[in-house]
Design a protein around this ligand. Structure first.
Ligand SMILES: [Zn+2]
Length: 203
């Protein structure tokens, strides 16, 4: 059997973990041996289970880094599932490739963008090298349209990684996502208006 890398990505509250669990359950019904990993950083709900926002859960092995996945993998494993893959460092790319080359089906779920709308860690590269990508959308908390962004309600802490739930984050569409990292950004509409008065006239 040929191995492959599948990625399920999208903003928070889009159902990535639910989709991961759905694919794992189907593999289990087909009696394929599955191993599930998640990085130790994500302990929002449970240390040793992958738990979705809708409280579906499945046992998982927490690992401190990607090499620990290689150490813990069994030769008989057919499917490897990894939740919150955006928290791993760059060596995860080699590890995933290695597993796929061994003939395993690798399924990863993770945030494609951080709260500043930038590719989250290794995710840009992972999406590029994956065999199959599923990008799913949440619902904008402002307008109810499909949402592709994760909005951080407080900007007091600008670390890329700040683990939290509904108290910290919301899903937002592009129109209601107004994070501006640099107020002097040339693409910011207000700056554009000031340097090009004709822009103001037309808009
Ligand atoms: Zn919206």
């Amino acid at each position: 059997m040929n191995g492959s890398i599948e990625v399920i990505c999208g903003p928070m509250f889009s159902g990535k973990t639910e989709e991961l669990i759905r694919r794992v359950r189907r593999a289990q019904i087909a009696r394929q041996q599955v191993q599930i990993f998640k990085p130790k950083i994500d302990n929002r709900y449970h240390e040793t289970h992958v738990v979705s926002h809708s409280a579906q859960e499945i046992p998982s092995t927490p690992v401190k880094d990607s090499l620990e996945i290689l150490e813990k993998i069994y030769d008989t494993t057919r499917v490897v599932a990894i939740d919150e893959v955006q928290f791993f460092d760059a060596s995860i790319l080699k590890v995933l490739d290695k597993l796929a080359r061994r003939g395993m089906r690798v399924i990863c779920a993770g945030l494609d963008q951080d709260y500043a709308s930038k590719p989250f860690g290794i995710m840009g590269e992972l999406l590029a090298v994956a065999d199959q990508v599923t990008k799913i959308q949440a619902i904008c908390t402002v307008c109810g349209e499909p949402a592709t962004k994760t909005y951080r309600k407080s900007l007091e802490n600008s670390d890329q990684i700040l683990v939290g739930e509904k108290d910290l984050y919301e899903a937002r569409c592009r129109a209601h996502y107004d994070f501006v990292e640099n107020k002097d950004d040339l693409l910011s509409f207000n700056v554009l208006k000031s340097i090009r008065p004709e822009y103001e006239a037309k808009n």
